[in-house]
Design a binder for this molecule. Structure first.
Ligand code: CA
Ligand code: CA
Length: 441
């Protein structure tokens, strides 16, 4: 019972923190964001889940956009079938921009996502259309609009049967907004005309989907052929440097690890965030395999690997540890690769690192700090474990500390020969009187 009360208390504390960080000047946020001749006035602030299917009267309540009456401005309105929002890109000058703004929406907790559907035919004669989806919230560095989705030119092609004037079946997108938990955000759709076909949007939905890791231990082997990054992971800068690789840790059969490609820009970093970690109240551990070598022609250029952690779903991160890639550093696992050779680790050219994940952490970040010619870093078997006890590791020298009924009950998970050398220590008296009745029945 103590443990239950304890976690309930933590929940209350964390919700209070969320509430405390909510923006207080939502009205000024709105006026700062709406551009051009957007309709002004009072607008409802919604709380997710919030959806808009564009099937009603245009403009949808509390949405705004460009002046959609001017023939000289790219504009948004309904599709001819009146079931999609439509951005006219083909009837305006090249480079003309069109914006469609969602209402302000409060994201009440972790693991909310923005889903939407889009459709855009690629016209080979006019392949210069561009589109992005941007978010505004007080989480965003510099208080500007942050791109969370983008398609340009040839890649702005839904390949779904779209025509110049009508949408196809649509391409479904789903964007992780966990880091905006507790904040009020606004989403805008931003089209830039290349004199191409219309861009269509539908089924806007900001809602909760559990994409977290809930059972432990959990290992990401990067062995799937699904698109990078894996489900629940996030590549914040949509960096092209993190990629799949064919090398498996320690020469194991199969395929897959991730690689921080040779990022050639000194002073840049590449980041990759884990899924949301439901680690409970005692934290856990992170372990992973890595392989790293310099590139000989550019020695002593190197990259460091940093592990950062967030207690607010990825809104803010703090540095936990740095693994040094400098000559003699603990990140290096192999001799420098000769000129013209891409480092590909052999079975003995891997190492494993383990660090504690403190209580309260719910996202971890892998981040490299790069120098020109710093070489290739491989990462595999990213494993999370959950601490079930407040302290101890279960060894004779460092037994698990059992201090209440809930923890006492966990000992049942350590039966059998595989747990025969697991040690526990009672750190206080535990009152089981309230369980007596149940046992006698
Ligand atoms: Ca619709
Ligand atoms: Ca692997």
């Amino acid at each position: 019972m103590k443990a239950i009360l304890f976690s309930a208390l933590l929940l209350i504390v964390s919700f209070s923190l969320l509430a405390a960080s909510l923006p207080t000047d939502a009205a000024s946020l709105a006026s700062a964001n709406e551009m051009g001749t957007s309709p002004g006035g009072e607008r409802t602030i919604y709380t997710a889940p919030y959806s808009q299917n564009f099937n009603g009267t245009w403009m949808p309540p509390d949405w705004t956009g460009n002046d959609y009456t001017s023939p000289f401005v790219a504009y948004w309105t309904y599709s001819d079938s009146h079931t999609w929002a439509r951005c006219f890109l083909g009837e305006v000058n090249h480079g003309t921009q069109a914006y469609l703004y969602s209402p302000q929406i409060t994201v009440p907790g972790y693991m909310y996502r923005l889903d939407f559907k889009w459709s855009h035919m690629l016209n080979a004669l006019y392949p210069q259309d561009q589109a992005s989806v941007e978010i505004y919230g007080d989480q965003v560095t510099g208080y500007g609009w942050e791109k969370i989705w983008e398609r340009k030119y040839q890649e702005f092609n839904s390949n779904d049967g779209a025509t110049e004037l009508n949408p196809g079946s649509g391409v479904q997108e789903s964007i992780n907004l966990t880091r905006f938990a507790g904040h009020t955000v606004q989403i805008r759709f931003h089209g830039i005309s290349g004199y191409g076909p219309s861009w269509f949007i539908d089924d806007f939905n900001l809602h909760y989907v559990d994409t977290g890791i809930n059972s432990y231990p959990s290992t990401q082997t990067f062995s799937s052929s699904t698109p990078f990054p894996p489900t629940g992971w996030r590549n914040p800068d949509t960096s092209t440097y993190w990629r799949w690789s064919g090398a498996n840790a320690y020469g194991a059969t199969g395929q897959g690890s991730i690689i921080d490609w040779d990022n050639w820009t000194t002073g840049t970093s590449t980041t990759l965030d884990t899924p949301f970690l439901n680690l409970g109240v005692y934290g856990g551990t992170l372990s992973f395999d890595h392989a790293y070598a310099h590139y000989a022609p550019y020695e002593p250029a190197y990259k460091d690997l940093q592990i950062l952690s967030s207690t607010d779903g990825g809104g803010n991160f703090s540095l936990r540890t740095t693994y040094s890639g400098a000559t003699g550093g603990n990140l290096i696992t192999a001799p420098a690769a000769p000129a013209g050779v891409t480092f590909s680790p052999g079975s003995t050219q891997w190492a494993t690192k383990t660090i504690q994940i403190p209580a309260g952490v719910n996202i971890l970040r892998f981040q490299t700090q790069n120098q020109h010619g710093s070489g290739y870093l491989y990462i595999d078997n990213v494993t999370f474990t959950k601490n079930l006890f407040p302290s101890g590791t279960g060894t004779e020298a460092d037994p698990y500390c059992v201090s209440n009924v809930s923890e006492f009950n966990l000992i049942r998970n350590y039966l059998g020969s595989t747990s025969s050398r697991t040690y526990f220590k009672l750190t206080c008296d535990i009152d089981l009187t309230s369980y007596a009745t149940a046992w006698y029945q």
